[in-house]
Design a protein around this ligand. Structure first.
Ligand code: AP5
Length: 258
């Protein structure tokens, strides 16, 4: 395991990493970076639907133990439970539109006031509009915005084949990340399902909404000096993919630290 991590790093290391690697005999760098993020780091993950935010969030969560808060997951949970909020959200989600800002800010605010968020969190899919970003600024201070990006062709392929576990939320793909047994989660044995907003015409709408309403957030966080971009065209099955992504995330974190 340790060997794998080291191999992953050496394949993608940058010049500055090479320098520090000369004295590195054990995979200490992993521990060091984990320590760095532990202290109240508040991160947001930006990027188009299907770029892989949920997938990379699971990598970050596993390594840094930061709570992963996805407003999409919160809405899907409310829809599953048939709550008034879930019923309202469903109207918008099923046509590829955004849920109104007031409802979204409310659900987010409630979630991040829970004790597990005291030492930081990672937001996936929030904010998605400028008014949401402004509302978030009033609630807390975000230290880093990571913008994941990939070509539209790749994004469409990723969205079409995605399958999610009903029980634990793990993400699979019919081509890129096949479950060992068709329709069954490798992790918990739960049933896999396709999201209701995953039909081709709804996917088109979601991408249109993203370009109109969410993309302007890149400038919003750029102006604050906390935006970092990570290109994720590489396939998830490429050797050391996870380590390479985590390495880029480490770089992003280091770059905003005071
Ligand atoms: P939400 O659930 O947030 O959906 P989204 O942003 O559209 O993002 P996705 O979950 O579709 O994609 P992802 O980037 O997480 O990709 P994933 O890792 O799954 O929101 C759903 C809806 O809720 C919205 O449309 C809106 O209506 C509403 N909503 C949510 N938040 C809101 C807000 N703040 N305001 C208003 N409304 C809101 O990956 C996709 C697939 O690709 C997977 O199968 C994965 O295995 C595969 N994959 C990922 N990376 C790779 C790779 N590198 N190589 C190969 N395959 C890959």
């Amino acid at each position: 395991m340790e060997k794998q991590v080291i191999r992953g790093y050496s394949k993608i290391k940058t010049k500055s990493y090479k320098k520090s690697n000369k004295t590195l005999k054990t995979p200490k760098i992993i521990t060091l970076n984990t320590k760095n993020i532990k202290h109240k780091m508040k991160i947001i993950l930006l990027g188009s639907p299907g770029v892989g935010k949920g997938t990379y969030a699971s990598f970050i969560k596993e390594k840094y133990k930061l709570p992963h808060i996805s407003t999409g997951d919160l809405f899907r949970e409310a829809m599953k439970n048939g709550t008034p909020l879930g019923k309202k959200a469903k109207e918008y989600i099923d046509r590829g539109d955004l849920v109104p800002d007031d409802l979204t800010v409310q659900i987010l605010k409630e979630r991040i006031s829970k004790p597990d968020c005291e030492n930081g969190f990672m937001l996936d899919g929030f904010p998605r509009t400028i008014p949401q970003a402004e509302a978030l600024d009033k609630i807390t201070k975000i230290e880093l915005a990571i913008n994941f990006f990939a070509s539209e062709k790749i994004i469409l392929q990723r969205l079409g084949g995605r399958r999610i576990c009903k029980k634990c939320g793990a993400i699979f793909h019919l081509v890129n990340k096949k479950p060992k047994k068709e329709g069954v989660c490798d992790i918990c044995g739960g049933e896999l399902y396709q999201r209701s907003d995953e039909m081709p015409e709804i996917i088109k709408e979601r991408l249109k909404t993203y370009h109109e309403k969410t993309k302007p957030l890149e400038d919003y966080y750029k102006k604050k000096g906390i935006l970092r971009g990570i290109m994720v065209d590489a396939d998830i099955n490429a050797p050391n993919f996870k380590e390479a992504i985590l390495d880029k995330i480490d770089e992003a974190i280091e770059s905003v630290k005071k």
